[in-house]
Design a protein around this ligand. Sequence first.
Ligand SMILES: O=P(O)(O)OC[C@H]1O[C@H](OP(=O)(O)OP(=O)(O)O)[C@H](O)[C@@H]1O
Ligand SMILES: O=c1cc[nH]c(=O)[nH]1
Length: 369
Amino acid sequence: MRLAIGSDHAGFPLKERLKSHLEGAGHEVQDGGTCSAETRVDFPDWAFKVSELVVSGKAERGILVCGSGIGMSIAANKVPGIYAALCHDIYGARLSRLHNNSNVLVLGGRVTGEDLALEILDTWMASPFLEDRYRVRLQKIQDYESRVSPGAAGPGKAGGLGRVLVIDHPLIQHKLGLVRDKNTSVKDFRELVQEIAGLMVYEVTRSLSLEEIEVHTPLGPTKAFSLSGKKMAVVPVLRAGLGMVEGILRLIPNAKVGHIGLYRDPHTLEPVEYYCKLPGDIEDRDIYVVDPMLATGGSAAAAIELVKRQGGKRISLVSLIAAPEGVERVRGQHPEVDIFTAALDSHLNDHGYIVPGLGDAGDRLFGTK
Ligand SMILES: O=P(O)(O)OC[C@H]1O[C@H](OP(=O)(O)OP(=O)(O)O)[C@H](O)[C@@H]1O
Ligand SMILES: O=c1cc[nH]c(=O)[nH]1
């Protein structure tokens, strides 16, 4: 497994012991520091460094050590996507995985002896998460986290479970009010949908990783950041998803575009597939499936399934308005997918329309009613 480890000066001796134990067992360990017991350092620096390696996916799990373990666990748990467990015994280590899917183990170098620490570590490493049984509880924590810090973690985030993020930025909410209004013209509706989709991109892409580069300003060299090498694909679900594509491409112009043709049978409300063309290297891309309406979730779940069948792995769903029924269905079938939406509405009516929603998105975009 790819692991990240870190400590402050007080945890340094135990950290070194844990690291060689893990390497001896064949794990790949990134040592975030610190590198001496003599120089006093501040534990949050190491807690954040290791935690960020975990949420970015560069490490699958992390291990932190300070004197008591308390400071490290407080700091690590401030990082969205981190579920750090301070363990003093084997029972706690096991449960922190089985029940809580902890992705960072914290130990107290001055309170836990070396032999016990190694047993705790081995137990924690070997214990699986009992997802079927405890998913709902973990999801509640993730939902809370998503509400207070939307977009903090991205596809492939820690814990393996997708999140539902309601992007409640005032500009988005203002424009959403306009698209809901039945008196908004087709032209304005179309423009507003593109604008909202573009604004949502800021949150949807928040977790993209950056590379440090050097550039030369007119005044001299400086460090800067680049997204280079990041491959993305936008996959609209026809027809209405097309209404969001230009707005998204304005911000990520190098993304490739796939198309999935689905319509909802008006009687069964189940999706009927009629077209699918995705970029050939879809498996290497971060994929944004876009459709303004997530109603029963049948279309979105089927679209995601098609993307997966062609090799897509890192998939997010971006909708303007979602119904609870749709969210549940997508989550049930594709639990790892992040769902971004600008609104989570009340319910579906008897015809499968979102209430209050905005009506039929395709008809309003293309003026076909
Ligand atoms: O969550 P669901 O219950 O599947 O409903 C959502 C789907 O319904 C709408 O498409 P529609 O079938 O009306 O086709 P269109 O986009 O071609 O108008 C919408 O754009 C979604 O694709
Ligand atoms: O409310 C809804 C539901 C499905 N499709 C739409 O366009 N609107």
